[in-house]
Design a protein around this ligand. Structure first.
Ligand code: WTA
Length: 682
């Protein structure tokens, strides 16, 4: 009985997901197929389970190695795997140096400032090489950084971000970029967890037409990290306008340094790339999990780079002559894999856009596409919904032609897919719906664009070499075509998969493998299916449709936020006794958090308190987590065992049926909250 009660306690996104019907197939054009990188059907056989793990040599061979590996996959420490063991490689070399002979005068990065009257910066491969070397010289000589050290980056969307990442990679220094929009507190937590002694930031950047004082956050993060035991030695500050300081926050003598001042000493410096073991960590990417503390997904050098390069080539269809624009922020995994490492490993020209896609108007994105002659476009449903809402007829006003478009981050509604296809892609561009996660390094499910038709709303089959399997709660396999949703897992490891959670192997095993592990002592990968935490349905044809998360994580605008993280942020307000977060459907963001609060006895509810609680969340996590509404309720609806019934709160927020609440400890409270909701008119 207790179990049944618990099963109904949480509102998962899957529960509120719309149930779509099967959609018709859409085929790629002959024109697209004729130029595509991957047109060979036999790839699926080459990457079958029988040919695992050797099939992944095909991706590794797209890279330049100092030394080939001795063993393709070492499972002796399962489920912590070592790919390409014994191999030596450098990521910076692969993304920069090796392209110089052929492409030194070609643009590597187009940096587009948000203000339209500012000039786009075109960084050639040669210039990228120079800037990466000079900055690596600073890291080495001014900070004494060496292979294996961690550095926290808190940078906005500027060319200096990939330059900083590649400079770290050149030395084997592990970078940990914190999304620029995250708060100082979030930055401090990541500095502490990763043990970073250096913080690299920028003075300011533009967002929605306003200059943001970003250096301010570095000062607060420095103090907060020190309090929590991690002393940052130096803060390196890039300037948004070189030579000019655009922040009001004073520089601290002896601690803060302008990169542009230090650079004067290192003009012309060249730093040899350090040959790194394939399994050495390349970077950490923090992500939300089911408990409060963010997890540092640790990604490897050789396996990760091989996987993002292979998938960029076959799924993104990147050729060196393409102009590729992924609108994500580099602070998320999509940006690491598919703005920086994948495209640059293939010598593409990649666009880095500073600002919001709809600034100053809904035509901005299409002007950028037109001006730079972008032909591969990559974005998320939340941006597509925003662009569709604000300017449904804008794309046709501009003269650009995409051959290829991607969607990533959350399920895309078929209606939105069709607008994307018809209006943005002008009926010419193929779409790939790529399903994957921070932990995965690269795509798990997607169509290969020249080989498989598109199905609006479905991500497509497992990628070559990725073998999904769906289990029900009892571990019974739900076969394709059964029409039932279950917990989607991946049967086998793959090179892009994270190696562990930084510093917490137990949590890694517990979170991702414990549930369906066949034998916890096993050293065979076959016994360790990887739990993605998503609910999915697999159609007869193998296409996977993702319904949403099964754990306490909500996906706002394609970004994972832990409900526990938001709730703990609310609890930093002294008046708050209990907090519960539920996802509410939102036209553009997909979902947004609604926050329910019970105050401590004797505390008065007021609009000011609600606002102050909301501010706590912005301060602790960032504006992205700001609740739609803070509901101060007399009490939380609870089960008899005292668990908050998030399912009921979720139903109220989403105006759906609250179901049977008679088994609750306090059913009358549901009526009171419903009444409150009605009166508010939202
Ligand atoms: C969701 C982003 C449906 C999913 C790369 C996953 C998607 C979470 C898709 C990971 C998609 C991502 N269709 N759902 N194409 N892509 N998701 O770690 O719930 O920020 O588990 O990685 O986003 O989010 P993360």
């Amino acid at each position: 009985m207790a179990e049944k009660e618990e099963a109904g306690v949480e509102t998962s996104e899957a529960e509120i997901a719309v149930h779509w019907q099967e959609e018709g197939l859409v085929y790629p054009s002959v024109k697209f197929i004729a130029q595509a990188n991957m047109t060979d059907e036999s790839i699926y056989d080459r990457f079958s389970l029988e040919n695992f793990p050797n099939c992944f040599k095909e991706y590794a061979d797209m890279l330049t190695w100092y030394k080939y590996w001795d063993e393709i996959l070492d499972t002796s420490d399962a489920p912590c795997y070592k790919w390409f063991k014994g191999g030596l490689i450098n990521a910076s070399y692969n993304c920069v140096d090796r392209h110089l002979a052929k492409y030194k005068n070609k643009t590597a990065i187009h940096f587009v400032p948000e203000l339209e009257n500012e000039k786009t910066e075109h960084v050639t491969y040669q210039e990228l090489y120079v800037r990466v070397n000079e900055f690596a010289a600073i890291l080495q000589n001014e900070c004494g950084l060496k292979a294996g050290d961690r550095v926290t980056l808190h940078l906005p969307m500027v060319a200096e971000l990939p330059i900083t990442m590649l400079a770290c990679a050149r030395l084997g220094v592990i970078h940990s970029q914190v999304f620029g929009g995250f708060s100082a507190r979030a930055c401090a937590d990541r500095i502490v967890d990763s043990g970073s002694e250096y913080l690299i930031t920028m003075d300011a950047y533009y967002r929605a037409g306003q200059i943001q004082d970003h250096k301010e956050k570095a000062d607060i993060a420095f103090e907060a990290a020190a309090k929590d035991g991690q002393q940052v030695k130096k803060i390196l500050v890039w300037q948004r306008y070189p030579g000019k300081y655009s922040s009001k926050t004073p520089m601290v003598e002896g601690r803060d340094f302008f990169v542009n001042d230090l650079l004067k000493k290192y003009y012309g410096a060249r730093i040899d790339p350090v040959p790194m073991p394939a399994e050495a960590p390349l970077f950490l990417m923090y992500t939300s999990g089911t408990t409060g503390k963010p997890k540092g997904a640790q990604h490897s050098t050789g396996g990760y780079l091989a996987y993002v390069t292979g998938t960029s080539k076959y799924v993104q269809d990147i050729h060196p002559e393409d102009v590729y624009w992924c609108m994500a922020d580099i602070g998320w995994i999509t940006g690491h894999s598919y703005i920086v490492y994948g495209p640059l490993a293939l010598a593409a020209s990649t666009v880095v856009y500073e600002g919001v896609p709809t600034y100053p108007d809904a035509g901005r994105s299409w002007r950028i596409a037109q001006d730079l002659d972008v032909n591969i476009f990559h974005t998320a449903p939340t941006a597509i919904r925003a662009l569709r809402k604000l300017g449904p007829d804008e794309p046709k006003k501009y003269n650009y032609h995409f051959k290829h478009m991607t969607t990533v981050g959350e399920p895309i509604e078929p209606e939105v897919w069709k607008w994307y296809y018809k209006e943005v892609g002008k009926g010419e561009a193929i779409i790939v719906d790529t399903w994957w996660q921070t932990e995965n390094g690269g795509f798990l499910c997607s169509t290969l664009p020249a080989l498989k038709p598109m199905k609006p709303g479905s991500a497509g089959p497992g990628m070559p070499g990725i073998h999904p399997i769906v289990y029900d709660n009892d571990g019974i396999v739900i076969p394709a075509g059964a029409g039932k949703a279950g917990n989607i897992c991946i049967q086998n490891p793959w090179p892009g998969m994270f190696q562990t959670i930084w510093g917490d192997r137990d949590r890694f095993v517990k979170t991702y493998f414990e549930r369906y592990c066949k034998d916890p002592k096993s050293k065979r990968w076959q016994d360790w299916p990887y739990l993605t935490g998503d609910a999915a349905v697999v159609a007869q044809d193998g296409y996977v449709r993702i319904l949403g998360r099964i754990d306490d994580v909500i996906n706002v605008s394609g970004h994972r936020l832990g409900t526990k993280e938001i709730e703990s942020a609310a609890l930093t307000h002294p008046d708050v006794a209990e907090a519960a977060v539920v996802p509410v459907k939102h036209e553009i963001k997909g979902v947004e958090p609604d926050l329910y609060i019970a105050l401590k006895p004797g505390k008065e509810a007021s609009a000011e308190v609600a606002k102050a609680i909301s501010q706590c969340i912005v301060k602790e996590i960032g504006a992205i987590a700001r609740p739609r509404k803070v509901w101060i309720v007399p009490d939380m609806p609870k089960t008899r065992s005292g668990k908050i019934m998030r399912r009921v709160l979720g139903a109220i927020s989403n105006h759906t049926d609250v179901g049977d609440v008679m088994t609750l400890a306090n059913p009358e409270i549901v009526e009171a909250i419903l009444q409150m909701n009605k009166e508010s008119g939202v």
